[in-house]
Design a protein. Structure first.
Ligand SMILES: [Zn+2]
Length: 231
């Protein structure tokens, strides 16, 4: 079932290794077929080097496995909350990439300090509130997803495709599983740049609104002018 989606999700997971966003079996990428109402996700604790499309697990929106021999990633319930809340997204990527995770652990948003950041993300990358003891006790992974969705109640997830879960790490999404991985790579790069900028000058301030809008909107949204015209 859904061979194309499983191939796409397998390739996206393997790309995490190529981009040096994961070590060992950390991290996971999923994708959704909205028509079928099914999610394809990496199996839990599987080495990326040997990952094959047939090992990708298919689950429904309630988290019930409908195809696959292996257990799905433990973070499936987090992915499900985001897919249910945001019909516009088609891929989700979770890593513990070091610079973005360092900001998450410090519970500090990644400030938008330059145009490299503004080209890809419309402003600072938000951090969620910490989970309460009760939220950790049961349904921990689903509650992680709910806390992310709550963080975005005033933000369009298409305008900000990344979040830092406090004390944990980044969750990033996109219009495809591979786009979610690309956005994760961009997030790690801007986190690294922000860290270095703040090391050189701890007082470095965020970009003004004009420059932020100029750079973000020329690459994203209806008025985008970056790249070659679509034929
Ligand atoms: Zn994690």
């Amino acid at each position: 079932m859904l061979e194309g989606l499983k191939k796409e999700v397998c390739a996206a997971n393997r790309a995490l290794v190529k981009h040096k966003l994961v070590i060992l079996t950390f991290g996971n990428v999923s994708g959704i077929d909205r028509k079928a109402g099914l999610i394809a996700i990496k199996p839990s604790g599987t080495a990326y080097e040997r990952l094959k499309p047939e090992q990708i697990v298919l689950a429904d929106l309630k988290g019930k496995v409908v195809e696959g021999e292996l257990k799905p990633s433990v973070d499936l319930a987090t992915h499900l909350e985001l897919y249910k809340a945001w019909p516009e997204i088609r891929g989700i990527c979770h890593t513990h990439s070091p610079y973005a995770t360092a900001f998450a652990q410090a519970e500090k948003p990644i400030p938008c300090l330059g145009t490299t950041h503004a080209d890809e993300f419309h402003g600072e990358i938000p951090v969620t509130r910490p989970l309460t003891a009760k939220e950790m006790e049961s349904d921990y992974e689903a509650n992680t997803g709910r806390v992310i969705v709550d963080q975005f109640r005033l933000t369009n997830p298409e305008d900000m495709m990344a979040v830092l879960v406090a004390k944990h790490g980044p969750f990033v999404w996109g219009k495809s599983p591979l786009e979610a991985v690309t956005n994760s790579l961009l997030l790690e790069e801007i986190a690294r740049l922000a860290f270095r900028t703040m090391t050189i000058n701890p007082q470095a301030g965020p970009l003004g609104k004009e420059l932020l809008d100029k750079h973000y909107l020329r690459k994203h949204g209806p008025q985008a002018s970056y790249g070659q015209p679509k034929k």
